[in-house]
Design a protein. Structure first.
Length: 311
């Protein structure tokens, strides 16, 4: 059999389930997954293998209505990832899409539906067609799903539709097989055993940021970043990692530290456990919390994560 390889961009509104789908297709943890929207800040590429085909997944940040510099840079990265891909998959949270049409719909569902519309418009403007993947179909009636699928398909920007549940894997294999068919004949881009191409320093920072949001997501909406400031391979085979957690205000520091430093300790412990597993070696992790109200405007922060500061 001839080898095939190509790029598939997964685009969608924040919280549509892009990171969950990427991880499910790859079969390993590549993108961080939290219940906070907008947790993916740069196009993480996962590498999924299907027979002789290698599918490089461009996991783009959610496309939403931008309000500040970081938002604009994230959206530019998302569309950039889609423009350069061989195939675009538009992932839609079907539950939010349907809920948005109900009277008294939640603001989050309405926003998700507006984001879907802006993606449809963006695809039209770019002259691109995408595969529509309706996600979170669990427990939904077939008629309801078919009506939703027809409504979206009639916009003319989709080549085909898949109904999936990224969380439990339902329908994901069919989508993966289809993506494999659409890859071009040619050599693989990555060794077969490699699952992601983000630098390890960045991945380490993302893992800590995930734990941070899992623990303090109620109190700290987006006002934090994590940077790996030192990554040292030790003679005994272990790794020593130092990271700084940036918050925008002094009042946010005690939220991350917690009573007697317990919250920071929990974040550090959970991040260290996952890093040990991922790097397959002992990890010594040191976390510092720093107040910097300008972190979201720092040029070097954007370059580190592959975003365009001038978006």
């Amino acid at each position: 059999m001839t080898s095939r390889a190509g790029f598939a961009a997964i685009i969608g509104a924040p919280n549509a389930g892009k990171s969950t789908l990427t991880n499910r297709l790859v079969g390993a943890k590549v993108s961080i997954v939290t219940q906070k929207v907008q947790t993916t800040r740069f196009p993480v590429r996962g590498v999924a293998m299907a027979g002789e085909a290698q599918i490089v997944l461009v996991d783009t940040p959610g496309i939403f209505q931008p309000r500040r510099r970081l938002d604009r840079a994230m959206i530019r990265a998302a569309w950039g990832g889609a423009q350069d891909a061989d195939v675009i998959v538009h992932l839609v949270d079907s539950q939010a899409e349907l809920a948005a049409e109900e009277p008294g719909a939640k603001a989050a569902d309405k926003r998700a539906a507006i984001d879907v519309e802006s993606i449809v418009e963006g695809l039209k403007a770019a002259g691109k067609t995408a595969i529509l993947a309706l996600n979170k179909i669990d427990g939904m009636k077939r008629d309801t799903l078919l009506a939703l699928s027809k409504k979206l398909f009639d916009t003319g920007v989709y080549s085909e539709v898949f109904m999936i549940s990224a969380a439990d894997g339902n329908g994901v294999d069919d989508l993966k097989d289809r993506l494999a068919e659409l890859m071009k004949e040619g050599p693989w881009f990555y060794p077969a055993e490699q699952t992601a191409d983000i630098p390890v320093r960045l991945l380490a920072a993302e893992i800590t940021r995930e734990k941070l949001y899992l623990r303090v997501h109620e109190e700290l909406p987006y006002a934090a970043a994590v940077e790996t400031t030192a990554f040292e391979e030790r003679h005994d085979g272990s790794a020593r990692i130092e990271q700084t957690i940036y918050v925008e205000r002094e009042s946010q520091r005690p939220i991350i530290l917690g009573k007697g430093g317990q919250t920071l300790k929990w974040i550090g412990q959970k991040a260290r456990e996952e890093l040990c597993e991922l790097l397959d070696r002992p990890v010594h992790l040191f976390l510092h919390v720093k107040v910097d109200d300008k972190w979201a405007d720092k040029r070097e922060f954007y370059g580190d994560v592959g975003l365009d500061f001038d978006a």
